[in-house]
Design a protein around this ligand. Structure first.
Ligand code: SRM
Ligand code: SF4
Length: 533
């Protein structure tokens, strides 16, 4: 550790203290012991905090039933892996389910501590890891969901995302080099033109950009690489879009640049106040130039300046529906999973469909949906008649299609409101009332931590407590103006403290006034009068 870190030891917060006492990764060797002890007899810091270093989250809302957060680089898994995950969830009956997350990942619920040794063995057998997926670690690394499938892609992100994960987690076994960051850290790599990973809301992001070449190279055609963005994050106190580092890196240097940035953050990131520990706070303190210089020092070479423009010039796609792949005769199909919630039987069925019709591969998107790739033209029509597609539609309603929701009070103790069920209920009611002409991206998040990313939405709903008739009730602050894809920027809070029970008509008005929706009743009247004129 550096001088900066040691001089702050007197002001260490409680998280820094317990990390200094015992590294979070140490619990990896104690799983058998915890299983034998049971959750009630365990040391509380191990149970409530350190277990997150192996992806196991104590849930105060459902004590004894833990959540497990996996790592799925680029959001890709195999049918055998999906079956292994389904098998874990299945043993917990009504308590067991899974959620696709806003980082192209999956979380399992209902987990009992006594089963952890067996669960880790099962994961190991199919090449799955949950290591370092929570607390002060690097989260699941996101990549283009149609990498390797899309004829228009600029770069297939799969391999580099896997390489970064392997470097950061020691191939999924756990890496003590990066197990004590000042705070969480998010990395994303965009490979297409539509910014499918929300690059701007990551601590470190790589976006496609062509370098014109210098010196002898200048006569050559432009060279592909990435412009680097740093410091994007959401927190209850502050939300920032990532800013350009003024660096262009070739694909071969991406892993080394990730390592360099993380070493700088690990050794110099601010640790006294957890509300001010994300990377952007360090960049603020140092200034971008000094930060860039320190990254170069760690990298051991100079960074090239950023390419003048990046290649993000498409609107964001949602991948729901049937699409031709770049491989002739093959298709990928995006299925809409309402608010990302899956049960064991769904997961087994998705694994079966991926095997029977595709190549066994399954992908997740940051919109909490799935993609099944590699379905031949000859099998497509039959695939589309599968009963599962009645629930996991390829053509959902225009509000349902883009709905995203965080976990909310069902399982999350930070939540100020229930989210997933309420989100589905309100969307259904709105679709019954309105005729829409385009999809509207509505994101729900249960508290200001913003896991459901309301700031990237057309309409973002952030849980809050408000008052109605003198009583405290669940409410939302409404965000608008989030733009994704090209020219992405964050939305802002436009209305505060709406009781959830009063929300539907307000949303209805917003959809009519800002998104061209029409009430079904009125449309019928207009249609009638046009016909009779
Ligand atoms: Fe998150 C903490 C769920 C994406 C910002 N997040 C939590 C915890 C672990 C809190 C807890 O212990 O209960 C939530 C677990 C609830 C549960 O039981 O599921 C939780 N976050 C989620 C997920 C599952 C939301 C979802 O339904 O998809 C997402 C998991 C992603 C993954 O696979 O790793 C999730 N969280 C995000 C995102 C979105 C993103 O990464 O694009 C953000 C905002 C972006 C960012 O981090 O900059 C986000 N989560 C937070 C924060 C605020 C961080 C901060 O700097 O203050 C917290 C609280 C914290 O870390 O102290 C938090
Ligand atoms: Fe929990 Fe709040 Fe994150 Fe939703 S936004 S999952 S309620 S921490």
């Amino acid at each position: 550790m550096t001088d900066t870190a040691t001089t702050t030891t007197t002001s260490l917060n409680k998280f820094e203290k317990f990390k200094a006492e015992k590294d979070g990764l140490a619990v990896k060797g104690e799983i058998e012991k915890f299983a034998a002890l049971g959750w009630e007899a365990m040391d509380e810091t191990d149970r409530d905090h350190r277990l997150k270093w192996v992806g196991v989250f104590f849930r105060p809302v459902t004590p004894g039933k833990f959540m497990m957060r996996m790592r799925l680089p680029n959001g890709i898994l195999t049918s055998s892996q999906m079956r292994a995950l389904a098998g874990v969830v299945q043993r917990y009956g009504d308590d067991g389910n899974a959620d696709i997350t806003t980082r192209q990942n999956i979380q399992l619920r209902g987990i009992r501590i006594e089963d952890l040794p067996d669960i880790f063995n099962r994961f190991h057998a199919v090449g799955l890891t949950s290591v370092q997926s929570g607390m002060d670690n690097i989260r699941n690394i996101t990549g283009d969901p149609v990498a390797g499938l899309d004829a228009d892609e600029l770069y297939d992100t799969r391999e580099v995302v896997q390489q970064i994960q392997d470097m950061l987690t020691n191939k999924g076994e756990g890496n003590p080099e990066f197990s004590n960051l000042p705070r969480k850290f998010n990395i994303a790599i965009a490979g297409g033109r539509d910014n499918s990973v929300h690059a701007e809301i990551n601590d470190l992001a790589f976006v496609p950009a062509f370098e014109e070449g210098t010196g002898e190279e200048s006569s050559q055609s432009p060279i592909f690489g990435f412009n680097v963005l740093v410091g994007g994050f959401f927190s209850a106190k502050r939300c920032e879009a990532a800013i350009p580092l003024n660096a262009w890196v070739s694909p071969e240097d991406v892993v080394a640049v990730c390592r360099a940035v993380l070493e700088v953050y690990r050794d110099h990131g601010l640790r006294a106040n957890r509300q001010k520990s994300r990377l952007m706070w360090l960049i603020d303190e140092w200034g971008l130039e000094k930060f860039r210089q320190e990254v170069e020092n760690r990298l051991g070479k100079s960074l090239l300046p950023a390419a003048p423009k990046d290649e993000i010039d498409w609107e964001k796609r949602d991948h729901i529906g049937v699409y031709k792949q770049k491989q002739p005769g093959l298709n990928y199909v995006g299925l809409h999973i309402p608010v990302g919630r899956l049960y064991a039987e769904d997961m087994f069925e998705i694994a079966r469909l991926a095997e029977v019709y595709g190549s066994g591969e399954i992908r997740f998107t940051v919109e909490q949906n799935i993609i099944i790739p590699n379905i031949p033209d000859s099998r497509l029509a039959t695939f589309l008649t599968e009963p599962l597609l009645e629930r996991f539609s390829i053509d959902p309603g225009l509000l349902t299609r883009s709905l995203v929701s965080c976990t909310g009070s069902q399982f999350c103790n930070f939540a100020l409101i229930e989210t997933k069920n309420r989100a589905l209920g309100i969307i259904k009611a709105l679709e019954a009332e309105l005729i829409l002409t385009a999809n509207v991206r509505i994101h729900w998040t249960g508290c200001p931590n913003s896991c459901g990313q309301p700031q990237v939405a057309d309409i973002g709903l952030m849980g809050t407590k408000t008052r109605k008739n003198g009583k405290a009730v669940e409410g939302v602050d409404i965000y608008m103006g989030g733009k994704v894809g090209k020219d992405a920027h964050l939305g802002a809070c436009v209305i505060k403290g709406i009781p959830c029970e009063d929300l539907q008509p307000i949303l209805q008005n917003l959809l009519i006034e800002h998104f061209g929706a029409k009430p079904k009743q009125e449309a019928l009247v207009t249609h009638w009068s046009v016909d009779h004129n």
